[in-house]
Design a protein around this ligand. Structure first.
Ligand code: PLP
Length: 364
């Protein structure tokens, strides 16, 4: 029986899927959770009350509005999408990456991005049967290697180029002129992924419309609504009307439509929280930089990339875990990330804890 099923599975499941390891999420029960770029604050009681009232009036026996009109309009307005541009919603921006893959994949077309970068670009390219080309960032400062990118685009003619600004897991914002050079030279789409826009000093949203091949992707996850699963793509109607055809009907459920629309009406609450995270980011960066042998890289996101003294990353990661703090160990993920940890900015008390525990570990 098991012989037969194994034979069947290996015959029918595509080899590139069998070769993958499933996306791994660490068990966080009971820990201070600084591993996934979540906003550490919950909603004020008054907001919860009002939300609960709306929830009570929401009927779940009906399918949601397939176009999520109210939410789409609210997003376009609050996220300052330029007039004339269309907005397309996804069940997280991960689903948007998947829709783009499904809409553009044909044999021989590839996806290109930078390494180290966001792992879902590579994973979803594989799901869609597209090769992934990763162009290394510059080792000194994780900036874009423009000549290498131009050459790779010339050679591979990618259907889609993804640039996360700020980049995950490095935290830095790419130079605007460098990004413009990539957009100008790209043969196909360039998607600027602004998942960390609430923490960054600039955006490409206002650039939409200047280039025929530019789309901007955002998510509400990092601003404090990760549990709702909502991302969106903004750009010219000509592109988005086509991508919309591969979107599953009702991809944004009733509860997400209602809750996100409600939350965005109270965006000031989230703006206050994200401003606080930016302040804490500076304080945490300064404190971590005082640890002997530690390098803290500049960040415009809600996390810090930290290089520990040589060979210490895994020991510090495990040490923090034992002490009830979960961060991300990036050692081994990419040669440029040797000895690196990624620490999400938490509440002031959580940030103090991570610093004091690392201080302790640094003494070993
Ligand atoms: C977290 C993250 C996303 C995924 O966002 P979801 O909307 O939660 O799917 C996309 N891009 C980057 C660069 C991210 O870090």
């Amino acid at each position: 029986m098991s012989d037969t099923i194994d034979t069947l599975v290996s015959h029918w499941i595509r080899p590139e899927i069998r070769a993958l390891s499933a996306y791994h999420v660490q068990d966080a029960a009971g820990s201070i959770k600084l591993d996934a770029m979540e906003n550490p604050w919950t909603w004020p009681d008054a907001l919860r009350e009002e939300w609960a009232g709306l929830l009570r009036q929401t009927d779940v026996n009906r399918y949601p509005d397939p176009a999520a009109r109210a939410l789409t309009e609210r997003l376009a307005e609050t996220m300052e999408v330029p007039g004339g541009m269309r907005v397309l919603l996804g069940n997280g921006s991960d689903e948007i990456i998947q829709m783009l893959g499904m809409a553009l994949a044909t044999p021989g077309r590839c996806v290109l991005s930078v390494d180290p970068g966001f792992v879902m670009y590579r994973m979803i390219a594989t799901f869609c049967g597209m090769p992934y080309v990763g162009v290394p960032l510059r080792a000194e400062d994780f900036s874009l290697d423009v000549p290498a990118l131009l050459q790779a685009m010339e050679e591979w003619q990618p259907a889609i180029v993804y640039l996360a600004c700020p980049n995950n897991p490095t935290g830095n914002l790419f130079d605007e002129l460098a990004v413009r050079k990539i957009i100008e030279a790209a043969p196909g789409l360039v998607v600027v992924d602004e998942a960390y826009a609430p923490f960054a000093s600039t955006t490409f949203m206002k650039v939409l419309g200047e280039y025929d091949n530019l789309l901007v992707m955002r998510t509400i996850s990092k601003m404090g609504l990760a549990g709702l699963r909502l991302g969106f793509l903004a750009g010219p109607t000509a592109w988005l009307d086509e991508v919309d055809k591969v979107r599953l009907p009702y991809n944004i459920n009733v509860l997400t439509q209602m809750s996100a629309e409600f939350a965005l009406r109270h965006k000031a609450v989230f703006d206050e929280q994200t401003a606080c995270i930016r302040t804490e980011r500076a304080r945490l960066a300064e404190a971590l930089a005082t640890l002997p042998g530690v390098v803290v890289f500049p960040s415009e996101a809600n996390f810090l990339l930290v290089r520990t003294p040589a060979t210490r990353a895994s020991a510090w990661f495990e040490g923090l875990k034992v002490r009830g703090i979960l961060v991300k160990n990036l050692h081994g993920a990419h040669p440029l990330l040797d000895d690196c940890l990624r620490i999400t900015v938490g509440r002031p008390g959580e940030n103090d804890r991570v610093v004091s525990e690392l201080m302790d570990l640094a003494m070993d």
